[in-house]
Structures are given as structure tokens and as C-alpha cells.
Design a protein around this ligand. Structure first.
Ligand code: KIV
Length: 265
């Protein structure tokens, strides 16, 4: 067996950094797999990055399954986690089990991710009891964006920092093997990482977390209007793609495409 939940406990114990990236389709999943990540997240950010919505809320369970199946085909051997979309895990533990069970049966994923704190402990226990590994997600949890009123830094004061630590502890005790920590102060990322056995994956939580996770399209510079402080762009694909397509259109209009090379005798 390749990477599995036990791999991450070992990596945490040995201080080895864990790397996750998102993928929602076969093609990008292939590249992400070739980069030798430790895991892929089929995030509900697909609703924004792929679907053009202004939040993650519209993602449906069927859409998540569709994208996870495509990503799985592109990265058949990579540890794969699927985000449970808004309203697929909040109604009742029974409903969550049915929905998470569908994800596991229909996508070949190794686990699911749920956004939220201690109130999910019972649900997480039920999932892990039937053998479904769970990744938690705390801090800036985008499914709650309307309750937060914006994408600002979370848990910035001492009381909310303590609350986040309590949530992380509850999730870890309920059986989460990993917790995403999004957009929280660096010190808090370090504190949670030191206090819980589950691995922490930071996205804007500083360098001390057990690992990092980013949206691949952000890393590749394909989301030009999205410039959060926690993203580092490793390419400028937006410019590359725009330039290439503009050149194609210009060439067709100027009669330069197709040329000899693209024509048959
Ligand atoms: O949906 C997503 O892509 C995520 C990551 C940003 C962690 O939850």
C-alpha cells in the first residue's frame, strides 16, 4: 500500500513536511501526481475555480463525485481526499454517513474532508468507526463565509485562538487524521500543531504546521484576480494561456493558420 493515514503520523513524528495540492480533473491531477505530492484534495473550491461561482456553497455532492472520479483517473496511486460540500454533512450523522459512503464507493478516495469544529465530533466518530478517514478544516472555513462576513484572518485574538485549539483537540480526539488550518496567525498554527497528534496542513497558517496545502490553480498563477498573502505563485499561466490564445486568433484571421505544416496534400 502506498501513502495512507499511517504515513502521515510517521511523517509528523519524524518532522517530515507533508504536501497536498488540489485537483478537480484528470489532466491537472496527472501533473500534481508527477510532482510527487503526498496527497490530493478534491476541494469544494471547484465551485469557484472551475464553476465560476463567488463562493464554495453551490458545490453539490454529485459534482464533487464527478470531479473526484476525474482526478482519481489522473492520479490513480495518489492518496485522495474529497471535500464534503455544504449541506452534505450538517443535517445528521446518518445523512453524512450515507453521503460520505457514496464518495468512498464511487470515487476511490481514501477519505473525506469536513469543515467545522467540535460540534462535528460525533459525526466524525461515526465516520471513522465505519472506516472512513476524516480530514478536518478550521479557521477560515469558506462554507461559513456568510456568517463570517468576509475572508479576513480568523482566530486573531486570544479567546478565539483558544477556541480554535479546543476545536482542533476535539476533532483530533474524534479521529481526524489531519486538520486543515486556514488563514490564522502563525503562532496559533504552531500551537495547534504542537498540541494534537493529527497532522496540520496550513493554508495561511505559517511555516510551523506539519504540512502545506494550496489550490493548484493559485500556485500556477491561473487565478489572476485572487491574490491572498498566503499564496506564492510558481508560474504565470494566466499570461501564458492568454498570450497563446490571442496568437492563435490573430494567426487565423491573418491567414497564417493553418500553414503547410498543418495541411494535408
Ligand atoms: O476547497 C478547497 O480547495 C480547500 C483548500 C483550500 C484547503 O478546502
Amino acid at each position: 500500500m502506498g501513502v495512507n493515514v499511517n504515513t502521515f503520523s510517521r511523517m509528523k513524528a519524524e518532522g517530515e513536511k507533508v504536501v497536498f495540492l488540489t485537483a478537480y480533473d484528470w489532466m491537472l491531477a496527472r501533473y500534481v501526481a508527477e510532482a510527487k505530492v503526498d496527497g490530493i484534495l478534491v476541494g469544494d473550491s471547484v465551485a469557484q475555480v472551475f464553476g465560476g461561482h463567488d463562493s464554495t456553497l453551490p458545490a453539490t455532492l454529485d459534482e464533487m463525485i464527478y470531479h473526484a472520479r476525474a482526478a482519481r483517473r489522473g492520479a490513480p496511486d495518489v492518496f485522495l481526499i474529497v471535500d464534503m460540500p455544504f449541506l452534505s454533512f450538517q443535517i445528521s450523522p446518518e445523512d453524512t454517513l450515507r453521503n460520505a459512503g457514496r464518495v468512498m464507493k464511487e470515487t476511490g478516495a481514501q477519505g473525506v474532508k469536513l469543515e467545522g469544529g467540535a460540534r462535528l465530533a460525533e459525526t466524525i466518530r461515526r465516520l471513522t468507526d465505519i472506516g472512513i478517514p476524516v480530514m478536518g478544516h478550521l479557521g477560515l472555513t469558506p462554507q461559513s463565509i456568510h456568517a463570517f462576513g468576509g475572508y479576513g484572518l480568523r482566530a486573531a485574538d486570544e479567546a478565539s485562538g483558544d477556541e480554535l485549539v479546543a476545536d482542533a483537540t476535539a476533532l483530533s480526539e474524534a479521529g481526524c487524521f489531519a486538520i486543515v488550518l486556514e488563514k490564522i496567525p502563525r503562532d496559533l498554527g504552531a500551537r495547534v500543531t504542537a498540541e494534537i497528534p493529527a497532522i496540520t496542513l496550513g493554508i495561511g497558517a505559517g511555516p510551523e504546521t506539519d504540512g502545506q496545502i494550496l489550490v493548484t490553480h493559485d500556485v500556477l498563477g491561473m487565478t489572476p484576480d485572487f491574490e491572498p498573502k498566503f499564496v506564492r505563485r510558481y508560474a504565470d499561466l494566466d499570461q501564458v494561456v492568454a498570450g497563446a490564445l490571442e496568437n492563435f486568433v490573430t494567426d487565423v484571421r491573418a491567414g497564417r493558420f493553418p500553414g503547410e505544416a498543418e495541411s494535408f496534400e
